[in-house]
Design a protein around this ligand. Structure first.
Ligand code: SF4
Ligand code: SF4
Length: 120
């Protein structure tokens, strides 16, 4: 059975608030029709193993400006000359990782969700 992104079941999601209003009845029927479209549309094959999401593969794809890129950048800085370092700090890689740290991780995929035919 498909288990959703990050190994969670799709019905694990919810919204917390203190408003007093009746909820819709819980969805009881199985919405997933096992079409496998989400699995086929994952560009890094993070969903290939049934019932499991390879979060490492997924993270590397959805956060291209995240921690791995940041570590790589700073490793290069250490080995660079002062002139090269100055160029690096005004370069695109630094701007993107800096932006990602300021606004939170940037997500660049979700093809598994957007390709799912259910609810369209
Ligand atoms: S978000 Fe992208 S990389 Fe991650 S599981 Fe979905 S399709 Fe694959
Ligand atoms: S694309 Fe949607 S309906 Fe098809 S297997 Fe994935 S979650 Fe289920």
């Amino acid at each position: 059975m498909f288990s959703g992104v990050y190994g969670r079941k799709l019905d694990d999601c919810g919204v917390l608030c203190d408003l007093d209003f009746p909820s819709d009845p819980p969805v009881k029927e199985e919405l997933c029709n096992q079409c496998n479209v989400c699995v086929e549309n994952c560009p890094v094959h993070a969903l290939d193993e049934e019932g499991y999401t390879d979060s490492g593969r997924c993270f590397m794809n959805v956060q291209p400006n995240g921690l791995p890129k940041l570590i790589k950048f700073w490793r290069k800085v250490i080995d660079a000359s002062p002139e090269e370092q100055e160029k690096m700090f005004f370069g695109e890689d630094f701007a993107k990782t800096y932006h990602a740290q300021l606004v939170g991780f940037e997500y660049h995929c979700f093809k598994c969700y957007t390709s799912c035919p259910i609810g369209k």
